[in-house]
Each structure stands twice: as structure tokens, then as C-alpha cells.
Unconditional design. Structure first.
Length: 57
């Protein structure tokens, strides 16, 4: 049985910027962390919760 030769060059494939990929997931996670920290900071400073901000309480 003959073995197939290994490729000598690996093609450089650009990762897409749309859809479920590592770049989009990392960016989304960072935005969520920043938003959560800002929400906690605003609640701490204003002594009002999210429901009060939305007028639901």
C-alpha cells in the first residue's frame, strides 16, 4: 500500500468576519463583559436596578 505524500505548503485562509467564528464570538464576549460591568457600575452609583431604569418597577 503506497502512502500519499504530505503537502509542502499550507494555504493561508482568511477567517470570515461574519457568522459563528472565533473572531465574532470573542468580540461578542468582550462586548457582553463591558456591558455587564457598566450595568453594575451604574446600578451601584444610582442605587436603582435595571427594572427601575426600564420603568417596570
Amino acid at each position: 500500500m503506497a502512502t500519499q505524500p504530505k503537502p509542502s505548503v499550507t494555504p493561508k485562509i482568511d477567517e470570515p468576519k461574519f457568522g459563528f467564528n472565533e473572531y465574532a464570538e470573542r468580540l461578542n464576549g468582550r462586548a457582553a463583559m463591558i456591558g455587564f460591568l457598566l450595568m453594575v457600575a451604574i446600578e451601584y452609583v444610582s442605587d436603582k436596578g435595571v427594572l427601575s431604569w426600564l420603568g417596570l418597577k
